[in-house]
Write a protein that binds this ligand. Structure first.
Ligand SMILES: [Fe+2]
Length: 323
């Protein structure tokens, strides 16, 4: 006997099979894995890239030694390089296999490297401080699952927060202004590394006051990973910790969920377009079948770009910011 509408269970180091785990995630439950060798390796890989980019400075405190423009420039080169490193995809694949995801049915999007600077040093553009949002306001399907892992040790004051009361509560929001294909064509390629002040991009957000408490901050060690539904309301914790937080996240879609429309309940999403063309199969990096994409496409692709084509120059958004 259970009520699913408000099930905020948090599973620690669960051995639940993936089919059951996805069902629980689609009900709003959260999963934390405290230490997986594959996650540890990915974090170490990212750490190496980050340390090289900021050398000889300590990346967690480099913000205090650099002009913000220079800092944004470093991130503007580092983040696309991380996304496009062949090792990044390999690490995602090994994590998903370690977690028992069926590699023939699981599709993933490229992993992003995130940073959250302290003391409002840089909170826009390349280091956007995320206001509370659901990824499903950004054209992600309701079956999307998110994976989030710290690169350096996080603390309560620089991680991310979930706002579970909003799992089943609608918020008035601006997602009706968001079309994924227009985003790809118009906003995604802008030079975010040059955005230092107010961020001009039309990112969906709540348009009514939100109650951010109660909120849940899951603090796993490096080597740990948090898994949650893309429909979860989540945000960057305003960072006053004195240390920049670096984290990685990536997303998955399971073929059977997509075909059967299993996923989180629709709450308040009004965006158009779909990210379904972005996911790649674990086994061979194939796209989702056309008929699956067609199930989620709403015919608005003509107004933009169905699939983002990154510009060749460094420093562009390059898939780093959306969602
Ligand atoms: Fe998000």
């Amino acid at each position: 006997m259970s009520t699913n509408a408000s099930n905020h269970s948090i599973h620690f180091d669960s051995s639940m099979p993936d089919d059951d785990r996805r069902r629980a995630l689609h009900e709003g439950q959260l999963f934390v894995f405290s230490c997986l060798p594959s996650v540890q390796r990915f974090a170490q890989f990212a750490r190496g890239m980050i340390e090289a980019a900021f050398a000889p400075l300590d990346p967690e405190t480099a913000q205090y030694a650099l002009p913000v423009e220079r800092y944004a420039q470093i991130l503007g080169e580092l983040k696309p390089a991380f996304i496009h490193a062949p090792e990044s995809k390999e690490h995602v694949r090994s994590i998903l296999e370690a977690l028992g995801c069926d590699p023939r049915q699981t599709y993933f999007d490229v992993p992003r490297l995130r940073s959250s600077t302290s003391d409002d040093y840089l909170t826009s553009g390349i280091a956007y401080a995320w206001h509370p949002h659901r990824d499903t306001w950004y054209s992600a399907p309701l079956c999307q699952l998110n994976f989030w892992l710290p690169v350096f040790q996080i603390q309560s004051g620089n991680g991310m927060a979930f706002h579970p009361a909003y799992w089943s509560r609608a918020v008035r929001n601006s997602s009706s202004d968001y079309n994924y294909y227009v985003w790809n064509k118009v906003h995604r390629g802008v030079a975010v590394a040059r955005i230092i002040g107010e961020d001009p991009r039309p990112l969906p957000r709540a348009i009514e006051p939100m109650a951010l408490d109660p909120q849940v901050r899951l603090l796993c060690p490096v080597g740990g990973v948090i898994v949650f539904s893309g429909a979860q309301m989540h945000s960057s914790v305003p960072n006053a910790s004195g240390r920049t937080r670096f984290s990685i996240d990536f997303r998955t879609v399971h073929l059977a969920d997509a075909l059967q429309r299993h996923g989180a309940p629709r709450t308040d999403e009004a965006c158009t377009g779909t990210t379904m063309r972005d996911y790649r199969r674990v086994t061979d990096l194939a796209s989702l079948p056309d008929e699956v994409v067609a199930m989620y496409d709403d015919g608005t692709a003509g107004g933009g770009e169905a699939v983002y084509a990154p510009p060749p120059s460094p420093g562009s958004a390059d898939r780093d910011i959306a969602q």
